[in-house]
Design a protein around this ligand. Sequence first.
Ligand code: NDP
Length: 244
Amino acid sequence: MTKRLENRLALVTGASRGIGYALARAFAREGAHVVALARTVGGLEELDDEIQAMGGSATLVPVDLKDVEALDRLGGQIHERWGKLDIFAANAGVLGRLTPLGHLKAKEWDEVMAVNVTANWRLVRSLDPLLRASDAGRAIFLSSGAAHKCKAYWGAYSVSKAALEALARTYAAEVATTPVRVSIVNPGATRTAMRARAMPGEDPETLPTPADVADTLVALAEPGLGVNGGLYDFADGRLTIRSA
Ligand code: NDP
């Protein structure tokens, strides 16, 4: 049986744990070769073992997203080896410290913006020619409900996700006449380390798992996707489109 992402090349950021790990695994299970990026080598190696055990393949990229020169080089390296990129899953993110705007340190603000926004712009800049070189380039940006619903103490994260959505929508407009399709996803509350830090009193067993989210997002990576610039919410086990 043909796999849904047979012969596709997918870059997943934040692939060492959580939603990114599950996305990388789901893409590999569906036949994609996965380029898995994160800082934690142990998490990437665990992913690699799992993917190999399924008969899939991965390339590990242990890089800090704040190392912007490394992100610039990544496009060239992918170009040299494969000449194109079919799927870019911009998943990595940091929550930052939940505290009033007036209490945030400049360093904390800068880190959230660097990882959640600037790194994704640098990657878009580096990867755009490769996504255009694919017959069906797909860019999937992991956002958050916090981009739209602003809550006290979530300032840096909310601002970063609103900026990320603006980046993604701008990119969608720029590729509108090409086969590239851009999607923005709010995964909703998901059982990960980030969520546990944001909501320490919550029972994680009540939340969907990263695999629940990831298995659904495979549809946005498939060559057949028609919508460009779609904003999706994952809830009750399925994706609902809010706007395009
Ligand atoms: P986790 O904290 O579990 O995982 C975050 C991933 O991002 C890790 O793999 C981490 O890898 C990577 N990452 C963080 N900083 C860097 C960095 N400087 N350089 C490279 N990689 C980095 O988060 P989730 O899986 O929960 O979240 C995934 C995405 O979904 C995020 O964008 C998040 O904002 C979004 N989201 C999550 C929700 C939830 O309930 N879980 C709800 C709404 C949105 P490492 O530390 O190894 O570098």
